[in-house]
Design a protein around this ligand. Structure first.
Ligand SMILES: Nc1ncnc2c1ncn2[C@@H]1O[C@H](COP(=O)(O)OP(=O)(O)OP(=O)(O)O)[C@@H](O)[C@H]1O
Length: 333
């Protein structure tokens, strides 16, 4: 492992009204990683990112960013990071080029380097063709790409992106993912927050699932899925059929099925087991004996949705908050 871009030990952040937004957070992110905080609204993602980027002072624990303590050396931290907030900070009345030029001035990029830097970032953000159009005419995805470009003008080795794709359609989101991958390949460490399981899965080298202000698990998407333990047997039940709890009781009565491994899903039940394939017949027989019709069943690998359920004990739907019209924490399958 190379140098640590982020080294957090026992971070606590309690707001002045007593809200304990973040607690007991330990985290190490090596340089070069594309790291994600995954969690629903209110989990503490923004608060954590604001502490890491010196916008909030921790109320406990120690936080080092690029080797600098955020309390003792906030200027050095700010000099070496880029930050893209949830709300875009670009000026709609300015063109893409003018927005980046303005950021260059704000970050003190030497005058002689500005023109080259602007062209380089317009290219990276895939906005060279529309460089002289006003941001007001841009789509949501283009605005986000421009916003991220303005956070990179001073060539920070580490950039924070707070929910960079929330509210975007899948095509725009894919384009942003490619852009972030390019930035990361060029050597910039990226720490982002997301409510999207698919985003965490596809984009991030490692993720921390954050829930109620605590990191509940950290690892690569593959590691986390492996930790779920085995495969998942989905059983689809008739919507107007018997009570799903009765179905759960019936399945739990089958040999080799652990009751705690049975979850209620939108379509019926899912059973996680190292022997998901072997227990299928027993599960179907148990449901038939209880006169519960089965519409379909399928064995599959776990998704991050299953990871989320396993580590938080909550369903994605239970924590879903589609207040902004998007579909956060939507399953990736
Ligand atoms: N300024 C504040 N004062 C008091 N409580 C706050 C403040 N800002 C956030 N909180 C609370 O802290 C908790 C964590 O909020 P935070 O914004 O960090 O979550 P989040 O995971 O980023 O969610 P979101 O997706 O909504 O941004 C929530 O309970 C929130 O209500």
């Amino acid at each position: 492992m190379g140098e640590l871009a982020i080294d957090v030990d026992g971070l606590e952040l309690t707001y002045s009204d007593g809200t304990r937004a973040v607690r007991d957070v330990d985290l190490q992110v090596p340089e070069g990683e594309l790291f994600g905080f995954l969690g629903p609204n209110g989990a503490g993602k923004t608060t954590t990112i604001k502490v890491l980027s010196t916008l909030l002072q921790p109320t406990g624990g120690s936080v080092r960013v690029n080797g600098f303590d955020v309390v003792d050396r906030p200027r050095d931290v700010r000099r070496t990071i880029g930050y893209m907030a949830q709300e875009t900070s670009i000026d709609n009345d300015l063109t893409a080029r003018e927005n980046i030029r303005f950021a260059c001035e704000a970050y003190g990029v030497p005058r002689s380097e500005r023109a080259e830097r602007i062209d380089e970032l317009l290219e990276l953000a895939d906005l060279a063709d529309v460089a002289d159009k006003r941001a007001n005419d841009f789509s949501g995805g283009m605005k986000k790409r421009l916003d991220a470009a303005t956070a990179l003008v001073h060539r920070p080795p580490l950039v924070f992106l707070d929910e960079p794709t929330t509210g975007l359609d899948p095509a725009a989101r894919n384009r942003l993912w490619e852009y972030f991958e390019r930035i990361n390949e060029e050597g910039t460490t990226i720490v982002l927050t997301t409510q999207y399981l698919e985003e965490a899965d596809q984009l991030c080298d490692r993720i921390s699932v954050i829930h109620d202000g605590e990191i509940v698990v950290t690892g690569s998407p593959e590691e986390l899925k492996r930790e779920v333990g085995g495969e998942v047997l989905d059983v689809e039940l008739a919507e107007d059929g018997p009570d799903v709890e009765r179905a759960r009781d019936a399945v739990a009565s089958a040999d080799a099925v652990d009751r705690s491994a049975i979850d209620v899903t939108e379509d019926g039940l899912s059973i996680t087991s190292p022997q998901a394939r072997e227990i299928g017949t027993d599960v179907l027989l148990a449901l038939r004996d209880a006169d519960i019709p089965v519409l379909g069943f399928n064995v599959r690998s776990p998704t991050l949705d299953d990871v989320f359920l396993a580590v938080t004990g909550e369903h994605v739907d239970d924590v879903e908050d589609a207040g902004d019209g998007s579909e956060p924490l939507e399953a990736s399958r």
